[in-house]
Design a binder for this molecule. Sequence first.
Ligand code: XIL
Length: 375
Amino acid sequence: MSLRTLRSLVAVAVATAVATTALVGPPVTAHEARQGGPRHHAPTLRQAAPPGFVIGSAVAGGGHHVDQPYPDPFPNDRVYRHLLGKEFSSVSPENQMKWEFIHPERDTYRFGPADAIVRFARQHHQVVRGHTLLWHNQNPSWLTEGDFTATELRQILRDHVFTVVGHYRGRIQQWDVANEMLDGSGQLRTTDNLWLRELGPGIIADVFRWAHRADPHAQLFFNDYGVEGVNAKSDGYLSLISDLLADGVPVDGFSVQGHLSTRYGFPDDLAANLQRFADLGLETAVTEVDVRMDLPGGAEPTGAQLAQQADYYQRMLEGCLAVDTCRSFTVWGFTDKYSWVPVFFPDEGAATIMTGDFERKPAYYALRSTLADAT
Ligand code: XIL
């Protein structure tokens, strides 16, 4: 191609771009950019959200994804990335900050994938929820099979907390410091949780104190499933956290995961439950919402199933919006393409707000109009 042809092609391209800009209206303002784009069309979720309220998604990668027949989602799926940046104002690494992922060998930390998420968040004006530091699951085998003494384990945990929390100091809005500490009857998991078993319950206070020293501005949370309503487990948290606060332990928040199923009734006392934690002076949050449904043999969702799902999403969001200190609502993935549900719950699925082809489901629209109504 001659230089001249190239020049005229460039000229045409520039003219087209100018014309297109003129057609769709004025350039994007700084405010609009912060919101994720111009507001000529239907708003995105983050645009619809009331001021100060963040709407988040887990960022797919690690965990179950490793065995799936697709490339690592977050770095490779452009449509996914585009929607993640546009629709959400908060992100949670789905697995990339868990022990087995970020600390795969005793002397090796692998920060790259989580760093990429934190960078993405910064570029898209999103906050980050860190997940997680103290948990019974997804610990590396060097740790669980290491036969360490209590003194060694405590030192390993302390180093991990200072290293990981310190690495992201100033970049994390909320840390799920302690994940799933209690069993269904509200007792500490002292058998299946390595840390509680080997180090005793006092380790919880230590981890909150270490995390606070490593990043004094991050809000430090307890996070669990099955605690959406008032029940033995959430009662257990209320007394555990009250005791810790009385001892001056820096606990800032209590969050409910929100993994629901259309099989069961909706936890109607969600707002009342969150409110009793807010009354302790805590931040609250909903951190991992999905609503799975029965799809035997890979059946397609029916209209009735999608409507019930939308209703559950909406009521979760309404429950959070009803409580002053609940300012963060996160879905555990936004597309069925990458959901953990079919992998962990055979014959269940379609749990997120968009289909595998990124088509918005009734649940998406229910969230958006609920956000808009609250604004
Ligand atoms: C899940 C991830 O989505 C999967 O990819 C992984 O294989 C297993 O863990 N509660 C939590 C999350 O706190 O970390 C879990 O995430 C879902 C249940």
